[in-house]
Design a protein around this ligand. Structure first.
Ligand code: HEC
Ligand code: HEC
Length: 859
């Protein structure tokens, strides 16, 4: 069930991107459209299509053979036939792909219908595509062939004149395991459907493994882990069935299945799994979904994994990354670490001097919401970089430029927790999936690379490698170069990476030297020094983590400073420091995965949700709210590798346009602000467009493997104001919401969606942004969705226990006057160890006096 394509109803208007990834030469919209029509008109199923192809190929081969046998051989004809054969094969492949997609689309529509029907039993939304009748008959009788009842669920969902019988039973792995399905009219006994195995046409969707401890289902001894599977049938729905359904005379389907293997003693008996839990399985956070970073060349050929080619000791690498991430010495003024803006639940809790515009040092309170400006994160003061302090560990030498207060970023800091799943990082996704070893730009920067000692002992810069699945590394080398976030300026890159290396590799600098480290820190505890810092050096940590060929050479490397253009000599470790820093921080951040929320436990059958939370989840899933069109999968975000690797770009008709728009999966304009205030993915101030859709329009195929090429006539990139779909995990702890921090409560956010967003006329607005009938005027329903979102909190995150523990962190929270001088108002976050803190550190929401509204009653 993973990787199911989303938003498919929209895709129907232009469904060919993926099908033609490999054969863009024949990908014209018309051809594709023709193909689709033909396939649909012929109502071909998969097998028949394959059969047809086989016949076609056979007759073609015969012709070829004929030509080969004829003497003298006509080489021109032969060559042309070979070309034709290639084209034929190519178009066959395309047809199969397309059919698969069309069928998947049907399935996904069925699923949508099912979701709605399993919902709260209300009228279908008028705009719903399958609006005829949606009904689920529950309480099906599920037995195995010996008549022993088994756990599971069956129901039917009707859409238009077709219906689907959906069966979910532990242990089914193929349609053949189901021996029959019966549907009857309970009052007349009329048999509507009695399918023997040979007629089971449905597709079997095998669910993820779930642990056997499902309290509702498990009565007997624990059976081997059951797999929960679906047999879906897409069958015609007759008028008499319709009547039975309408009159309440439709019996629940009776299903006979054989699955002796998984339940030898019929261990699972009795109750049915609740439908919601089945849905919840798709959202379980499974760390194995996270692909391992790998090394590729600039043509995207895989050379090996990072652990094979670069890393000496993964655990040492994670430790190094954690030290870098929390170390305030990374900031020019020794007061700003990565963690400073990502300290609690991966976000920033600070309340003073956080506004990007307006009065400096302003202290935000609950009554300031909704905000009319951006709530960002304070970084460093405006200053000019002179040099790294040459004598001793200490702040960089910088000239104060102006301004009393620390500068503030123009967007909210999103959470680093679970960020490993994002394909790209930042709200606009500018930190690239492919790490180039030096900066966030990925493959765009063709000069970026990594120094390596080659076989003959010489140091070479290799610019022909990229590290895939590494947007976190691309991201990690960004803030360091920002003159707002961490570094003296006056412009970005005034201090460049090898200079940071000079500072941190100075033998007098201790990692985390200005901070206490908890002796029970989950990664650093063993190295914690009693008073402060670690009892080791960055140099030694790097040598443990990275293979020797990335640092072990005495040859000086001459580098040109990107801003001053001066040449200077650096050691190999210094020259590779961005590469080292990026990969280490990424390795640490990849450990920050939060899969232990109340919701996860519910999904795994280890706990329950309240009725209110369940209704909220149901509404979140329902087609009427459309929330999970964008907030889907284990991260509740489609901006994740799981989705974008399958379908990097998509097309649909946007809300305020008559043409098809092309956009990047996982990025949408939902109308939080006027589009021109922040162009997001559509920004135009970087070297080249960052949106894949714009690259596709421009014919740029060097930045994403096999990016489908779509001309602007076929689908024009419409990505202005598009922002990354953020994860909803731990959302309770990460207020305020949206890229600008506009809203304080989750209820405010749901109300925002209920009214269709705040800027319904935005250019490139997503068409889902329209008032939601199901929620309009129903604050109780809205509040239940918010209540459900609060089940996504992993308590380890709240209490900062492993892996979310960290060293002590002194944080500038705005400024105060001291002896007539403006100084930092420092708040200290105490270090926590693997067991976390007893009391939770107060979140932004709590600090500004936020309160969760009571659940009101709907009229
Ligand atoms: C001054 C505050 C500040 C500092 C310091 C800072 N960040 Fe951030 N971080 C932000 C902001 C603001 C954003 C969002 C920027 C944007 O989208 O344009 C962000 C975005 C991110 C993201 C992207 C998450 C996502 O879902 O897109 C990650 C990961 C991250 N930072 C990690 C780091 C690391 C690693 C460091 C240290 C090298 C760091 N940050 C330093 C403020 C900060
Ligand atoms: C069309 C895609 C789409 C749909 C549909 C959608 N969202 Fe979102 N959601 C987004 C995007 C994009 C953002 C970030 C927008 C921004 O900051 O500009 C977001 C932000 C959020 C946030 C704030 C997260 C944060 O960290 O700031 C919450 C909460 C949320 N959505 C919940 C929901 C709920 C509940 C629904 C259904 C009622 C929903 N979303 C429907 C795309 C969508």
């Amino acid at each position: 069930m993973q990787n199911k394509p989303r938003r498919l109803s929209k895709l129907a208007t232009l469904p060919f991107f993926v099908a033609f990834t490999l054969s863009s030469s024949i990908a014209s919209a018309n051809l594709e459209q023709e193909m689709q029509t033909t396939l649909e008109e012929q109502g071909l199923d998969y097998k028949t299509l394959l059969e047809q192809h086989r016949t076609e190929r056979q007759s073609f081969r015969q012709e070829l053979r004929q030509v080969r046998r004829t003497r003298p051989i006509d080489h021109n004809l032969l060559a042309s036939l070979r070309d034709q054969e290639r084209d034929l094969l190519q178009s066959h492949r395309a047809e199969i792909d397309l059919l698969k997609r069309l069928q998947q689309r049907d399935l996904s529509e069925i699923r949508l219908a099912l979701r709605r029907s399993a919902g709260t039993g209300e009228e279908p939304e008028p705009e719903h595509e399958f609006n005829a009748l949606l009904e689920l008959v529950n309480g099906a009788e599920l037995t195995d062939e010996n008549g022993i009842p088994v756990g599971g669920e069956a129901g039917i969902a009707v859409f238009g004149n077709r219906m689907d019988v959906e069966v979910a039973i532990g242990g089914i792995t193929s349609a053949g395991d189901v021996s029959s399905i019966e549907l009857t009219n309970c009052s007349t006994g009329e048999v509507f459907l009695q399918l023997p195995p040979s007629e089971l046409l449905g597709e079997v969707v095998i669910g993820p493994d779930i642990p056997p401890q499902i309290p509702d289902v498990n009565v007997g001894p624990l059976a081997p882990t059951p797999e929960f599977s679906l047999v879906k049938l897409n069958l015609p729905f007759s008028n008499s069935m319709l009547a039975a359904l309408e009159n309440g005379n439709m019996c629940a389907p009776v299903v006979l299945a054989s699955h002796e293997e998984s339940h030898p003693e019929g261990a699972l008996t009795g109750n049915f799994i609740d439908h919601l839990r089945f849905e919840a399985l798709e959202y379980i956070l499974d760390p194995s979904l996270l692909p391992e970073p790998r090394v590729v060349d600039r043509q995207f050929n895989t050379l090996g994994t990072v652990s094979e080619l670069i890393v000496k000791d993964q655990y040492a690498l994670e430790k190094l990354g954690k030290a870098f991430f929390w170390d305030t010495q990374v900031g020019s003024d020794n007061k700003v670490a990565c963690a400073s803006c990502h300290s609690l639940a991966g976000v920033d809790w600070r309340t003073k001097n956080q506004l990007a515009e307006g009065e400096g040092n302003y202290e935000v309170t609950a009554s300031d919401f909704p905000l009319s400006t951006v709530l960002g994160s304070q970084g460093v003061q405006n200053a000019e970089f002179v040099e790294v302090n040459p004598n001793q560990p200490g702040e960089d030498v910088c000239n104060d430029l102006s301004g009393d207060f620390r500068q503030v970023t123009g967007r909210q800091a999103p959470s680093v927790v679970n960020a490993a799943f994002n394909t790209f990082q930042f709200w606009d996704g500018r930190a690239h999936r492919f790490f180039n070893g030096e900066n966030p730009l990925g493959p765009v920067d063709t000069n970026a690379g990594v120094y390596k000692v080659n076989g003959s002992g010489y140091v070479e810069k290799n610019t022909n490698i990229l590290i895939d699945y590494s947007s976190l590394a691309s991201q990690a080398v960004g803030p360091f170069e920002s003159h707002v976030e961490m570094t003296c300026g006056p412009v970005d890159r005034s201090r460049f990476f090898p200079q940071l290396a000079m500072k941190l590799l100075n033998s007098n600098v201790k990692p985390l030297g200005l901070q206490k480290v908890h002796s029970e820190d989950s990664l650093l505890g063993g190295m914690a020094n009693g008073t402060a810092g670690l009892n080791t050096s960055y140099e030694s940590m790097i040598k443990k983590a990275f293979k020797d060929e990335y640092w072990d050479s005495a040859t000086p490397i001459s580098l040109q400073h990107p801003v001053t253009n001066q040449w200077e000599d650096y050691s190999m470790m210094e020259a590779n420091f961005a590469f080292i820093f990026g990969l280490a921080v990424q390795a640490y951040e990849r450990t920050l995965l939060s899969g232990e929320s109340k919701f996860d436990k519910f999904a795994r059958g280890e706990g329950d949700l309240s009725e209110i939370e369940k209704e909220g989840f149901n509404r979140f899933l329902s087609g009427g709210t459309g929330c999970n069109e964008c907030h889907d999968g284990p991260m509740f975000s489609t901006a994740t590798l799981q989705f974008t690797l399958v379908e990097p770009i998509e097309a649909m008709r946007l809300a305020n346009s008559d043409d098809n728009g092309l956009y990047d999966s996982g990025y949408y304009n939902v109308g939080v602000r006027a589009t021109e205030e922040d162009l997001g993915r559509g920004r135009q101030d970087l070297p080249g467009p960052i949106a894949l859709s714009s690259q596709s329009n421009a014919g740029i195929d060097t930045l994403w493997p096999n990016l489908p090429m779509v001309s602007a006539e076929e689908g024009k990139a419409s990505v202005k104001g598009h922002m990354k779909v953020p994860t909803l995990r731990n959302i309770e702890l990460t207020a305020p919401y949206f890229h600008n921090g506009k809203y304080l409560t989750l209820e405010d956010v749901v109300a925002f969606y209920t009214r269709g967003g705040d800027f319904p006329l935005n250019e490139d607005l997503d068409p889902d942004m329209k008032p939601l009938g199901q929620l309009l005027g129903k604050p109780e329903r809205q509040a239940k969705i918010a209540a459900w979102m609060r089940t996504l909190t992993d308590e380890r995150v709240r209490y900062r226990s492993a892996p979310f523990d960290g060293p002590e962190l002194p944080l500038p929270n705005g400024h105060k006057m001291e002896n007539g001088q403006i100084v930092d108002d420092i708040v200290i976050m105490e270090a926590t160890g693997k067991d976390g803190s007893v009391e939770a550190f107060a979140t932004f929401f709590e600090r500004v006096g936020g309160t969760i509204p009571e659940i009101p009653e709907d009229d």
